[in-house]
Design a protein around this ligand. Structure first.
Ligand code: FES
Length: 575
């Protein structure tokens, strides 16, 4: 433990509690608990098949979670997750937060309230009195003897599951592949608890029939070794003691937080934003907390956990007046290639007045947060740009109903967009029947050129497949013209509000578009510029070469014409 130097801040810090460690611990403990809840729900779902299947599933469940290793893991995860929740409450400067965070926090705090009762009366009773907490016994209890408790337990499971699903969602949502998997994952997130509840209900109905037989009931109670009245009273006492301890811990945390805020009040810093907005907050607030306090829209895809970089700001402050970036913050900043005067607003706790400029639009999509790195603010990059256009689309659309045109276009965009992404490019604009894509944003222009050629082959193949799929609808197969050029561009996030997207502008982009136009003149699938061929190491044997003039470009440009992209060969290894 150490204290900050005098005159800077008097906040006591635990040097081993770094945000990165906290994040990892929260994630690891959360994932263990999520697996526990998922396996519990799946076990319930077996009730749809039979009570016997439920009981067999329970033995597997117990083998995993009630052996010494599983028990330590589970208990450790519960205590860690809970401790980190209290720690997060202590650190929180105010209660303004995105609604998803409020829901997750609320659900998380609800869980122990109901969980404690369940654990004490199953695992606790089993350890103290040898109680056999079989499914048959618990279903009888929750379905027939105490249905209110059954409803409460079902709600608990749903709360825990929802809390876990939200955690997993916010953990994964910045991954570029997540958007593609989100629909099946969302379906699973709904399906698992629904099946679990149906399984429980089915088992409940079956046990009710069995319980009509007094002898069966007497035997079950005897086999289950249900604790007597004294035992039940001690279990209730243990439950109350744990709940009281948890409530006390929460109270102490809130008290400590209040004391710290009182200590910090009166020593405020002023944070100035563009448009002459100024927010005054006590020292110790992060810049992101100040933005929220001041009602200033500020991107924070990860909710202020120092993982997404979307909250980053350019800072103007007196030299050496800023606290240094933690290891985790420095790593995120390095990952996006941030300048020296850029900091993460959610990690920076200014000690003096300063001016900040948020660099990312508040509406940034999660999947783009880290992918696009520094180019969000606009910068020069050497890139490969691909334009594609569906031949004869105007006459094709004239003969169709608008719905059919939209259907056809969506199938087309899906087919070519997939081919672009598979090759490593970013399909950034779909306009009319045209597509624009960028390659080499993170891999360099040479790799980008190879990726663009692979994409061109994939796109043509996808169009052939689409034509085959729709042959009954189409008089002629679809044809695609593609132009590729590379060179200097200015890349950045442009647009407004929800219509903000990554794009590139400049002569390279215009030229690529003109090359795509040339595919009509040469009646070919692809026209590429010589620089693209050079970067990709394209084998030019037998390829038609031309020099053409391009509008708005002083010099003619050397191009290569590919009748059929399948004939393209490049000598370097494809990636
Ligand atoms: S909000 Fe994600 S890093 Fe700051």
């Amino acid at each position: 433990m150490n204290a900050s130097p005098p005159g800077k801040t008097s906040t006591v810090r635990f040097s081993w509690v770094t945000p990165e460690r906290v994040r990892r611990l929260r994630l690891a403990s959360g994932l263990i608990l999520f697996c526990f809840v998922a396996s519990h729900l799946l076990n319930h779902a077996l009730g749809l098949y039979s009570l016997k299947a439920m009981e067999s599933g329970r033995w597997l469940f117990l083998a995993v979670w009630r052996n010494p290793v599983g028990s330590i893991l589970l208990l450790g995860a519960i205590s860690t997750h809970l401790a980190l929740a209290f720690w997060a409450i202590y650190l929180r400067r105010h209660w303004r937060m995105p609604s998803w965070q409020a829901v997750q926090l609320g659900l998380g705090l609800l869980i122990p309230l109901v969980l404690v009762n369940h654990v004490i009366h199953t695992r606790g009773a089993s350890m103290a009195y040898g109680y056999e907490d079989s499914y048959t016994m618990l279903v009888l209890l929750y379905w027939q003897l105490q249905p209110t408790l059954g409803v409460l337990q079902s709600v608990l499971l749903l709360v825990a599951w929802t809390h876990g699903c939200m955690g997993v969602h916010f953990w994964l949502r910045m991954r570029p592949w997540y958007a593609r998997l989100s629909l099946p994952l969302y379906t699973l997130a709904i399906l698992v608890p629904v099946l679990a509840l149906l399984g429980f209900a089915q088992a409940g109905r079956y046990v009710s029939v069995l319980a009509a037989d007094p002898e069966w009931l007497r035997q079950l109670l005897a086999d289950s070794r249900v604790p007597d009245a004294v035992g039940l009273a001690s279990l209730a006492q243990a439950r109350d003691a744990i709940l009281f301890s948890l409530a006390s811990l929460l109270g102490l945390t809130l008290l400590a937080r209040g004391l710290r805020q009182w200590h910090e009040s009166g020593r405020s810093v002023r944070i100035s934003y563009p448009n002459a907005q100024v927010v005054s907050v006590p020292r110790g607030f992060t810049v992101l907390e100040a933005s929220r306090q001041g009602g200033i829209a500020h991107a924070s895809v990860c909710g202020g956990r120092g993982r997404c970089s979307t909250c980053r700001v350019r800072v103007q402050a007196p030299a050496n007046s800023l606290p240094p970036a933690s290891e985790a913050e420095a790593r995120v900043l390095a990952r996006v290639g941030a300048d020296a005067n850029v900091r993460l607003a959610c990690q920076l706790r200014p000690q003096q007045d300063l001016r900040v400029t948020p660099l990312i639009p508040p509406s940034i999509a999660p999947a783009l947060s880290l992918v696009q790195g520094q180019v969000m603010a606009g910068e020069e990059r050497e890139l490969c740009v691909l334009f594609a256009d569906l031949r004869g689309f105007t006459s094709l659309s004239e003969q169709r109903l608008p719905y059919d045109v939209v259907f056809l276009l969506n199938r087309y965009f899906e087919a070519v967009g997939d081919a672009i992404e598979r090759a490593g490019g970013i399909a950034n604009q779909f306009t009319g029947d045209g597509v624009m894509a960028l390659f080499g944003l993170h891999t360099g222009v040479a790799q980008g050129a190879r990726q663009a050629l692979i994409a061109a082959q994939g796109m043509q193949q996808a169009i052939e497949q689409l034509s085959a799929d729709l042959h009954e609808e189409l008089a002629l197969p679809l044809k695609l013209g593609i132009g590729i050029h590379c060179g200097a561009t200015v890349v950045g996030h442009m647009g407004r509000g929800l219509a903000t997207y990554l794009t590139a502008v400049g002569d390279t982009v215009n030229t690529a578009s003109r090359l795509q136009d040339q595919t009509k003149q040469f009646d070919c699938q692809l026209v590429l510029s010589e620089p693209v061929a050079r970067h990709a190491g394209l084998d030019l044997t037998g390829m038609r070469r031309e020099q053409i003039s391009v509008r708005n470009r002083a010099e003619p440009i050397g191009i290569l014409v590919a009748k059929d992209v399948r004939d393209l060969q490049w000598s370097v290894e494809r990636s």
